[in-house]
Design a protein around this ligand. Sequence first.
Ligand code: SF4
Ligand code: SF4
Length: 389
Amino acid sequence: MFQQKKIDGSAKSYLDQLFEIKPQFQRFNQKNDIFNRSMWDDKINPKNFYVSYDITNYKPKKSKGFDHWDYALRNASWHLTDVVGEMTFPETGRVEGFTDYYTTQTKGPPTKVDLPSLEETTHRIKKASTMLGAGMVGICELDDRWVYSHNFSRKTQAAQKLDLPATISHAILLILPMDYELSKTIPSALGGATTGLGYASSLNVATALAQFITNLGYEAIASLNDTAQSIPMAIQAGLGEYGRNGLLITPKYGPNVRIAKVFTDLPLLPDQPIEFGVKQFCETCRKCSDACPVKAIAKAEPAATPPNFSSHSFIKKWTVNAEKCFKFWVGMNTDCAICIRVCPYNKDYSKWWNRLGIRLANSPLRKIMRWLDDKLEFGKRQAAKWWWA
Ligand code: SF4
Ligand code: SF4
């Protein structure tokens, strides 16, 4: 992999400085995220977006990548996540993995396992995470700022106060790569299969890791998009940097990832944040903001005031306009992610020339790297039939 600088000092204060977090900052109420707003806010109309994930309701489109085969594969990639996530919905109103953490674990033993050193315990957790399927794994101390103040019940339409058990001390952040080849077909229903696959892998690894820790006699809570904001936690856990497209950019898979997490009381050694030139590159690149069809990605400097209340205030960062973005998804009946496809960090890093390109991005030659990226047509959309072939 290419050069990375580990940041000294506390990971928490690193984020304070990186995002210039103001004293007025408050934990985010998940009721206000754009997906939950589409359940209660008349301004956000999901039309046929969600129902298209049931194949009996899909509507084929003339554009390529939106036919019966494409929707069939996309919806199949979501199948496991949907079935497990909504298993108890009729009784409890839980949508696990999205508004609520998973409750799939079976009971642990009456006694806790004897722990080796902190270093060895941490090594074993990381080894197990990788074996279970994580592409990258990092650890941070629990920073309450990223835990949602409330989650949202899609059954009762009410926000509910959210607090993790007081014993939780750490979070294990898991990176699940999405499919690079499929990402080239975005936006399309077919391309949406890479997202579905990412969620299914996340569900598998996070719930298995939580069960492993439970089996050792410790507390563990498996989580995907629910409970806490994954991106700042993943930065604290040393898994990547924050990009203009509002996503985590990892050194191994770029932004083409999903993030899962396991909260635990198991004593672990936290990682340190890393830098590998993303912030400086994003300052000049703007490929995602140029490519976004609805201009939802800022071309300007990071700001502490978000475009609307679906994003955090009092934290200075590039913020995607979630209202504009979701409206585009609704129009297509699938998720978009053009900002992942075109990002120069979205590469197959098993190829040496791609690793070299990213070294260039972290050097004074970054403008040349950006120029080359266009010239060589990286990030160009491919037709669905190219992928099927
Ligand atoms: S997902 Fe698509 S619409 Fe949303 S910000 Fe990215 S490029 Fe724009
Ligand atoms: S496309 Fe360019 S500006 Fe946007 S996140 Fe990727 S590197 Fe940063």
